[in-house]
Design a protein around this ligand. Structure first.
Ligand code: NAD
Ligand code: DAU
Length: 347
């Protein structure tokens, strides 16, 4: 297939690009290269004739239109987003701009064209926190808690409306927490791995008993490739890792694998609006495509830690001025920043 991939220089998008090009698809990769976009993630496909990179913003309607006219893709696979919850708490504006307006721009540009697929990549965070033993299926209510999750829920609804109204062949996928190589070290797993390897403290929000369902990034991208082929227009598909763990357990396993002591764990002030538990049923995806996650957490974590050990240069480039500024704001000045965000207290 000819694919227009957005956000293909980020963590999941670049994994998808590497896999898709390896399978013989032709990829036009549109990415703004924000702090999270990194051309080093695309080194393995740099000289492949099946891959072309364009630096640009999905909110730029003229650019998106020109790329669709020129490349006439069979499908759009839309990853581009502001993706980190803590940043959405500190500065929500870019989340509305890219996640809502950017998705709208792509949908508008795609509306008048013959595409086989518009695959909108979304998240289980739109379902919000769930009490055990509830698992979200695709009909569960949307209860986003963070500006990030709300912007993704808004984009999901817009995308689905373009199927209902204009018959644009939209698919929406909602995946659980991804981990694996090339993940920007602001998310739990790579942040804890890079801190553990460097002997720095591991900041755990609140009591650390929050539950997430871990999905190895390659498994996620294999599910997306299967859905490009077999998914039904206008449908939503959950993609879970079938591996629910408390954050503290994840952090303890990382410390053990990195050969560091548990005393590096540091409990810090909780994230505002922190969702306690995510849980997904992926029964529909299994029924319709036969997809199941293949990489268990233990094997996936070992592979991931080995990758961060072997790619210290990548880590050093990424831990640049921007990252250090964010780290300072979210961790070193956490109390002050969170108090400021909460606004004046009521008398
Ligand atoms: P990421 O932050 O690693 O990468 C995002 C990419 O989008 C970057 O390359 C960035 O440069 C690009 N981008 C941002 N704004 C852009 C714009 N306006 N125009 C063009 N490009 C832009 O994100 P990720 O973790 O790889 O997530 C990819 C997608 O998957 C997102 O839509 C996210 O909501 C979704 N998702 C992520 C997870 C997860 O655990 N990381 C889980 C489920 C769903
Ligand atoms: O569930 C899918 C979502 O997973 C994606 O849509 C998001 O793009 C992705 O960022 C991720 O969101 P989370 O908020 O779940 O991921 P994060 O890695 O930020 O945090 C995972 C858990 O770890 C969460 O309960 C908060 C906690 N945490 C995180 C960080 C960064 C800590 O305790 N300390 C930390 O320093």
């Amino acid at each position: 297939m000819k694919l227009l991939v957005t956000g293909g220089a980020g963590f999941i998008g670049s994994e998808f690009v590497r896999l898709a090009v390896g399978e013989g698809h032709q990829v036009l990769n549109l990415d703004k290269l924000t702090y999270a976009g990194n051309l080093e993630n695309l080194e393995p496909v740099r000289d492949q004739p099946g891959h072309r990179f364009v630096r640009g913003d999905i909110c730029d309607a003229a650019l998106v239109d020109a790329l669709l006219t020129e490349s006439r893709p069979d499908a759009i696979v839309h990853f581009a987003a502001e993706s980190h919850v803590d940043r959405s708490i500190l500065s929500p504006q870019p989340f509305v701009d890219t996640n809502v307006k950017g998705t709208f721009t792509l949908l508008e540009a795609a509306r008048a064209r013959r595409l086989d697929r518009f695959l909108h990549v979304s998240t289980d965070e739109v379902y919000g926190s769930l009490e055990p033993p509830i698992e979200a299926d695709e009909d569960s209510p949307l209860r986003p808690s963070s500006p990030y999750a709300a912007s993704k829920a808004g984009a999901d609804l817009l995308a689905l409306s373009y199927f209902a109204t204009y018959r644009l062949p939209v698919l929406v996928t909602r995946a659980s927490n991804n981990y694996g190589p090339y993940q920007f070290p602001e998310k739990l797993v790579p942040l804890m791995i890079t801190n553990a390897l460097a002997g720095r403290p591991l900041p755990v929000y609140g009591d650390g008993r929050q539950v997430r369902d871990w999905l190895y990034v390659e498994d996620h991208c294999q599910a997306l490739l299967a859905l490009l082929e077999k998914g039904r227009d206008g449908e939503i598909y959950n993609i879970g890792g079938n591996c629910a763990l408390e954050n503290l357990e994840v952090v303890r396993r990382i410390l053990a694998s990195a050969g560091r002591g548990q005393e590096l764990i540091e409990h810090v002030t909780d994230r505002p609006g922190h969702d306690r538990r995510y849980a997904l049923s992926s029964a529909k995806l299994l029924r319709e495509t036969g997809w199941e996650p293949r990489v268990g957490f233990e094997a996936g974590l070992e592979r991931t830690i080995a990758w961060y050990r072997a790619n210290r240069g990548w880590v050093e480039h990424v831990r640049s001025g921007e990252y250090l500024g964010y780290y300072e704001r979210n961790y070193s000045c956490r109390e002050v920043e969170l108090a400021r965000l909460a606004g004046p207290s009521t008398p």
